[in-house]
Design a protein around this ligand. Structure first.
Ligand SMILES: Cc1cc2nc3c(=O)[nH]c(=O)nc-3n(C[C@H](O)[C@H](O)[C@H](O)COP(=O)(O)OP(=O)(O)OC[C@H]3O[C@@H](n4cnc5c(N)ncnc54)[C@H](O)[C@@H]3O)c2cc1C
Ligand code: SF4
Length: 485
């Protein structure tokens, strides 16, 4: 441990963001970096507390105290070696992880936690800068072939480990490029896509084969022609051609809001809106499902859903030049500080004000959407009511407050209410897989599905979750597959 008294001398300092008036005009990453000396001082705050709860809370089991010490000493290569031993993609988690670890940092029990996520990002970017991250192909191939379906963080993580263990790995991805929601969900202002490209290039150099624009499934299940140039790969033929298949196809069916007026135009799923913006920035043409371009420019935008995807919509709508942006959420305002119901070291649900919220817009809590109204088939307003939440028979129950109805004028509604289960485009049915009560792929024991040749990992078996959990699941699935052979 570098400086045993570091936490007594140095206050927590986060990197901060570019000024609002600057960043609102572009889609470049909003978070800035601290100079190396300040970053090293931040790492010195780690107390090496003996029982590192941060390690327990991190899904990939990062060994934070050890690499904080290396950062403090300025040994960036050493810090990177320890970091990448547990986390194959710190450049993704360092940018978008909610930092489950920081909520469990022992220092955070009566002070402010170590800036673990930002320290992680500093380590990986410094490692790339110093040239210590380089390709490491397997020494020998073991003659076994694996097909991974879906190139989101779970599929990429599994491919990374299976390839290093000597398997010949081909990743089939229905979209134009690899990345899953990292590329086509999370906005560029949180994660610049060049960092995904950099990682994919490294994995290709190590021998992973990517077949993008290749959807494993059947045209029978697809809604109309795909129209984006992607080809269908027959799941059964694929299964016959390899030793094992791993499905990492995500939980991509969006939750809907079946209230009167839902059929009006101008009511759009958040992902269609966000994905279109990312594709536009990437210069992808003709790759969007809906022919009509969705833009917030000059519109009164209402985002339904108070979570992270909703916040991403707020940031994107503001950048596109929305007239007004209002985000509504049916749940009540979360507390500002850790509630008694989730004491340290548990993860608390607290009010989160993201960089997007700081850029403008209004947030309304405990508001239920009752119907949409419009003219000539186009949405014009949302009828809402305020609700009260209380415990009834041990469960949080919602009651509408009488006389609280009100109307919000709008010409673009973005539905950001989360995702439910895997999309049924043939792969699950064709491979005779069982699904669970939510519609996700059922796995037995570890990652094995009802088909002996097929395994599953990430959101497609767990339901919609986090990048770091998908990475952890992909790694664990790869380890289980390696053991099975
Ligand atoms: C807008 C948005 C913002 C988010 N922000 C964050 C955040 O800030 N932090 C965080 O931790 N998490 C965030 N998440 C959640 C996170 O991105 C997901 O939990 C994570 O990406 C899941 O990884 P996955 O690999 O299981 O699935 P996905 O990322 O969904 O990847 C699945 C891949 O499979 C492909 N695929 C599906 N079916 C087929 C098929 N039949 N054939 C071929 N390919 C197929 C898809 O095209 C996709 O590329 C966000 C999600 C969204 C939508
Ligand atoms: S991956 Fe997330 S939880 Fe794990 S150390 Fe990094 S920021 Fe913390």
């Amino acid at each position: 441990m570098g400086d045993p008294r570091g936490f007594l001398k140095v206050r927590r300092k986060t990197s901060g963001y570019r000024p609002v008036e600057e960043r609102i005009n572009d889609y470049s990453e909003v978070e800035v970096r601290l100079p190396d000396e300040e970053r090293r001082a931040q790492a010195s705050r780690c107390m090496d507390c003996g029982v590192p709860f941060c390690h327990w809370a991190c899904p990939v089991s990062n060994v934070m105290p050890e690499w904080q010490d290396r950062v403090f000493r300025g040994d960036w290569a050493g810090a990177w070696a320890l970091l990448e031993d547990r986390n194959p993609f710190p450049e993704f988690t360092g940018r978008v992880c909610p930092a489950l670890c920081e909520a469990s940092c022992v220092l955070g029990s009566n002070d402010e936690p170590v800036t673990i996520r930002q320290n992680e990002l500093a380590v990986i970017e410094k490692a790339f800068e110093l040239g210590v991250v380089h390709k490491r192909p397997p020494k020998a191939r073991n003659g076994k072939k694996v097909a991974i379906v879906g190139a989101g963080p779970a599929g990429l993580s599994a491919a990374y480990y299976l390839n290093r263990a000597g398997f010949l790995v081909t990743v089939y991805e229905g979209d134009r490029k690899a990345g899953g929601y990292l590329r086509y969900g999370i906005p560029d202002f949180k994660l610049d896509k060049s960092f995904i490209d950099r990682r994919i290039a490294l994995m290709e150099a190590e021998g992973v084969i990517f077949r993008t624009g290749a959807r494993v499934g059947s045209a029978r299940y697809a809604f109309g022609t795909r129209g984006d140039g992607s080809e269908f790969v027959n799941p059964r033929a694929l299964a016959d051609s390899v030793d094992l298949i791993l499905l990492t196809i995500g939980a991509r069916e969006p939750r809907d809001l079946p209230v009167p007026g839902r059929e009006l135009s101008g009511i759009v799923q958040a992902l269609d809106f966000l994905s279109l913006q990312n594709r536009t920035l990437a210069g992808e043409k003709g790759a969007v499902k809906d022919a009509a371009p969705v833009t917030a420019y000059g519109k009164k935008v209402v985002v339904i859903g108070g979570g992270d995807t909703g916040a991403d919509c707020v940031g994107t709508a503001n950048r596109q030049g929305a007239l007004t942006v209002t985000q509504i959420e049916v749940m009540p305002t979360p507390p500002e500080h850790r509630p008694a119901s989730s004491p340290w070291p548990l993860w608390p649900t607290v009010l989160k004000t993201s960089s997007s919220h700081m850029e403008g817009g209004e947030r309304l809590w405990a508001v239920n959407t009752k119907s949409f109204t419009g003219r000539a088939g186009v949405v014009e307003a949302i009828r809402c009511a305020r609700v009260d939440w209380h415990l009834k028979d041990g469960r949080q129950t919602m009651t509408e407050i009488p006389g609280s109805e009100f109307e919000l004028g709008t010409d673009l509604v973005l539905l950001a209410m989360g995702f439910t289960h895997v999309v049924q485009d043939g792969v699950v049915a064709e491979l005779d897989l069982e699904t669970d009560e939510r519609g996700n792929i059922r796995t037995r024991g570890s990652f094995h599905t009802s088909n002996p040749k097929v395994w599953a990992a990430g959101d497609s078996r767990n339901g919609a979750s986090l990048v770091v959990r998908a990475i952890a699941d992909g790694r664990a699935a790869a380890e289980a597959m390696i053991r099975s052979l």
